[in-house]
Design a binder for this molecule. Structure first.
Ligand code: ADP
Ligand code: ZN
Length: 432
């Protein structure tokens, strides 16, 4: 069952033909923007045309820094009159970047969203609650229009206010919800405080989780807590937002929609393509955007192509869950550490609660990694010998994984401050 069978199951040869056509159209359009208008390679291909999509490698990359430098209009490739909406990134790692859409762009994005949700099994009979920020953040309106196009009853709940979220779910029989994974722990705690069990007291069967890195262990935990299937949704505002890559019912990686994006994975050091199946930085070119085409955008997200065909029949390649951003990695005592390595360990332990954070501090002239770990209420009861054992166990597991001995600080469930939107995992207070 497909949303658009022909496009979703297109064979490689026809897909590449379509990509080449769309890439050339994209370059012609991009050349109208002040930024790409200055780039000689783009001008050259607009003049001579492209023989194959491989030639994309000859084009320069686009970076977030360039988008910031050319703020606010430098990437706009259409008449302002045509533009009907702008979005900007949440600015997790600095100043936001802005993206413009005309009507065609919004239709195309909406369609990708509907296609993605359909692939994850969402149908027009579902009641869909969108629990995330509306406004400039793309997760709000991006999902909203996709869900409406699919034909579900949509509940544009917005972020926060867990009691209200639970009431909406129960009053209207929500069957699917889109939620940032780091918020789900909080939501579950509130269910419990109210004496409710989401597995019995709601009709939820599916959660769509995305917008921030999370591990397979975290997903399994979410599925068990809520009694649902949880599907991974990936996107970034520079590439519209959600609807870039999505898991199908097989839950075996995320189909990245190759009719709308040309996808490369490169080594962030050498900037050359990695060998097939190797982890590298995702680089993407929009293929169906008019107001603001983006060529070879360096997402800084790390992933790999997964081998083999998907049993669902969709031919668009699958990427692995994002293991982190290249700029998430920190170095402590000479070791490279990604927060997701630590999350993977914590989420496997049943005593560990829903949240954690990593503090990097200088203590007596030594750099130290302190991991604050929430412990579930039923385990955090003053049995000091038990807590000591747990602390030791986590210390060993983390040290074996990242090769640095951490200081583990066990804290009560709910005591780590929650971010408004995406969770910040690492706080670096080291003296340089
Ligand atoms: P910002 O870059 O300011 O956070 P966005 O809201 O555009 O702005 O966020 C996009 C980023 O969020 C992606 O580049 C990626 O790092 C992260 N992200 C989005 N979806 C996922 C996902 N499913 N898994 C991991 N990371 C994700
Ligand atoms: Zn599939």
């Amino acid at each position: 069952m497909y949303w658009e069978k022909e496009l979703e199951t297109i064979d490689r040869k026809n897909l590449e033909r379509l990509q080449l056509e769309r890439l050339q159209q994209t370059l012609r359009q991009a050349a109208n923007s002040p930024h790409y208008g200055r780039i000689p390679e783009i001008g050259r291909y607009v003049q001579s045309g492209m023989a194959s999509i491989e030639q994309v490698h000859a084009l320069p990359f686009t970076t977030k820094e360039q988008m910031r430098q050319d703020f606010p209009w430098g990437f706009l490739a259409a008449d302002k009159k045509e533009v009907v909406r702008l979005h900007s990134s949440s600015g997790t790692t600095g100043n936001p970047t802005v993206v413009y859409h005309n009507k065609h762009d919004l239709d195309s994005w909406t369609n990708l969203m509907a296609r993605s949700l359909f692939a994850a099994g969402v149908r027009d009979t579902d009641v869909f609650q969108n629990i995330c920020g509306y406004g400039l953040f793309t997760g709000g309106l991006g999902f909203q229009y996709g869900v409406e196009k699919l034909g579900c009853l949509s509940i544009p709940a917005g972020a926060g206010n867990s009691l209200r979220q639970i009431k909406l779910m129960r009053d209207f029989g929500t069957t699917v919800a889109h939620v940032i994974p780091s918020y789900l722990g909080r939501l579950f705690d509130v269910f419990q405080e109210e004496g409710l069990d989401p597995r019995k007291d709601t009709q939820l069967h599916t959660l769509v989780i995305g917008a921030e890195p999370h591990t397979e262990e975290h997903r399994l935990r979410i599925e068990a807590m809520f009694g649902v299937k949880a599907y991974n949704s990936f996107g970034l505002s520079e590439m519209n937002g959600p609807g870039v890559a999505f898991e199908c019912a097989e839950q075996n990686g995320l189909h990245i929609w190759e009719d709308a994006y040309l996808v490369e994975i490169i080594d962030p050091e050498t900037l050359q393509p990695v060998a097939d199946g190797q982890i590298g930085e995702l680089v993407m070119t929009t293929l169906d955007r008019q107001a603001m085409p983006v060529v070879r955008y360096r997402t800084r997200d790390l992933t790999r192509f997964l081998p083999g065909a998907c049993p669902c029949g969709r031919t668009h390649r699958r990427i692995d869950r994002i293991s982190g951003r290249s700029d998430d990695m920190f170095i402590i005592k000479g070791c490279n550490v990604f927060p997701m390595q630590i999350e993977g360990i914590l989420m496997k332990l049943p005593e560990v609660g829903e949240d954690y954070r990593i503090l990097l501090e200088t203590i007596a002239d030594q750099d130290e990694m302190i991991v604050e770990v929430e412990v579930k209420k039923e385990w955090f009861k003053g049995d000091l010998a038990f807590l000591e054992r747990l602390q030791k166990q986590i210390t060993h597991l983390v040290r074996d994984e990242v090769l640095v001995r951490p200081r583990i600080r066990l804290v009560a469930a709910g005591s780590i401050p929650k971010a408004e939107g995406k969770a910040q995992r690492v706080f670096d207070h080291r003296k340089t």
